[in-house]
Design a protein around this ligand. Structure first.
Ligand SMILES: [Zn+2]
Length: 502
């Protein structure tokens, strides 16, 4: 009989089987049947930690709407993102390819390098390979009307996110960003819905609401820490006045007013973040009401997910810089399927699994490229435990070192298997490893990599990680981005406001 570990290795090896034919749903595995007429609404709330929501255990009143949605949906209790930053995480959700395969990375590093060198051409960045199919291209090809309204920045159209959409709106005034500018106002998305909801449609919504700077509107700016008397400035207008270019650097100004070593400031930063989450919950209420008003709720699959969490010094940092610890890797994933009873699913999954799952639920063919697994068997109660891989490429060599193209220059890899987490940090200066047992250490504070008691577990997970990396390396020449595109001024402006460009 095969050991559990051998089964995992076989599963990883299967990921690289590029000869696998397209997977067509069957009546037995597609609830609602392959001929259903369901729509899809996919909402990504950027930077939303799972544990900031009531349905994932928060005791704070951050999420009444999302909790009510979860109570009538599938709730994946252990959803793990495949990357710790925005672009690769979202592109993995849209393509079901791992970040080291599609290669669409975050933009911050590239732009900072460009600023240093003064070479504006360095603003160009890798663009999704045209051979890769996305959730939008598949559904568009199947006759769906398709539209996306995003916060832009690292979910900008020009790097490949626009592919397959009839309408891709990532303009700053589309109401979806709401991190430091206009309050959330999805008017344009609602108009599109009103005009297109008689047809079968796919609507992708993305908002940066909980992303820094944390500037929730009243009453959420004071609701979670009403007695605060410190110096943190969280008023949008005030930050815009303090910012040298009219708000363009508000995230830097916001953080400059905080003194994280002060316990009161640390508590207030968390409270402001929770205020943002509560504000995002209001946005969800607005979106759900729009779908109900349009009369499409009963035949629409609705997904609420995030691309990564946020750090509050759990591992010495704030915000998110690509690390893959629990506070960043564990994201909410709630899927409402018409006519299906609410179910909480404890089995770990990856957000890479969403694309094949949603296509199967919609009765569509899953492209052979998909590295994730359809979760439809899991929805039906059939459990197939497997390791969950995450990887954040912090820099590609062909950006930093043209003599070594198409390999990561700096990256973080993680594997979660059962209660164990293995992390491998690869830097030009060397490789470090971490091993955590979440049974006794749920927040991954005690690194057991040097503990001889766990040498076998360390070796097994290291081998799993290496086999996964090899499988991705084999697929990358076929699907990896190999052309660059210059960012639009609007995208660069949004990245500045989010703090990615100094
Ligand atoms: Zn993000």
């Amino acid at each position: 009989m095969k050991s559990w570990f051998a089964v995992c290795l076989a599963l990883v090896a299967a990921c690289s089987d590029s000869a696998e034919p397209s997977k067509t749903p069957t009546a037995a595995t597609a609830p609602g049947g392959a001929g259903n007429d369901w729509n899809l609404v996919f909402l990504s709330i950027d930077t939303l930690r799972a544990d900031a929501l009531g349905t994932y255990g928060s005791t704070l009143p951050t999420s009444p709407t999302i909790d009510a949605l979860a109570a009538e949906s599938f709730v994946f209790e252990r959803a793990i993102t495949q990357a710790g930053v925005t672009s690769p995480s979202h592109m993995t959700m849209m393509t079901s390819l791992y970040p080291t395969v599609h290669r669409v990375g975050n933009v911050d590093f590239v732009i900072d390098k460009a600023k240093e060198s003064g070479d504006v051409r360095r603003l160009a960045r890798l663009q999704l390979n045209p051979k890769v199919q996305t959730l939008a291209t598949v559904l568009h090809g199947a006759g769906f009307r398709t539209a996306a309204f995003t916060g832009g920045g690292n979910v900008a159209g020009e790097i490949g996110f626009a592919r397959g959409f009839d309408v891709f709106d990532d303009a700053r005034d589309n109401g979806m960003s709401a991190n430091d500018g206009p309050l959330f106002d999805a008017t344009r998305a609602r108009k599109w819905l009103a005009a297109n909801s008689k047809s079968r449609f796919f609507l992708f919504l993305h908002t940066f609401i909980p992303h820094g700077p944390y500037v929730p509107p009243a009453p959420w700016n004071t609701a979670f820490d009403p007695g605060y008397q410190g110096k943190i400035v969280s008023d949008r207008a005030e930050l815009a006045r303090m910012s040298p270019d009219g708000g363009g650097k508000s995230n830097y100004v916001f953080w400059s007013t905080a003194t994280p070593s002060e316990p009161a400031d640390l508590a207030h930063l968390r409270a402001l973040y929770h205020g943002e989450v509560r504000y995002a919950d209001d946005a969800v209420k607005d979106i759900l009401a729009s779908l109900r008003e349009a009369g499409v709720w009963e035949k629409t699959i609705f997904v609420l997910v995030s691309d990564h969490g946020e750090q509050f010094l759990e591992h010495g940092q704030f915000e998110h810089y690509g690390r893959l610890y629990e506070e960043l890797a564990h994201v909410p994933c709630i899927v409402h399927v018409p006519g299906r009873a609410p179910t909480r699913i404890a089995q770990p999954i990856g957000t890479i699994d969403l694309m094949p799952t949603l296509l199967e639920l919609l009765g569509q063919r899953v492209p052979a490229q998909a590295q994730g697994y359809s979760l439809v068997p899991l929805l039906d109660g059939r459990v197939e435990p497997r390791p969950i891989f995450s990887e954040t490429v912090l820099a590609w060599n062909d950006i930093e070192r043209p003599d070594k193209p198409k390999t990561p220059a700096r990256m973080v890899r993680a594997v979660r298997l059962g209660s164990w987490t293995y992390v491998k940090n690869e830097e030009p200066t060397g490789v470090t490893e971490e091993l955590f047992d979440r049974t006794t250490d749920p927040t991954e504070q005690r690194n057991l990599a040097a503990d001889p008691t766990h040498a076998k577990m360390l070796a097994d997970l290291r081998e799993l990680s290496a086999k996964h990396a090899n499988a991705c390396d084999e697929l990358m020449p076929r699907y990896g981005a190999d052309a660059t595109v210059e960012l639009t001024p609007e995208t660069v402006d949004e990245l500045k406001r989010l703090g990615y460009v100094k």
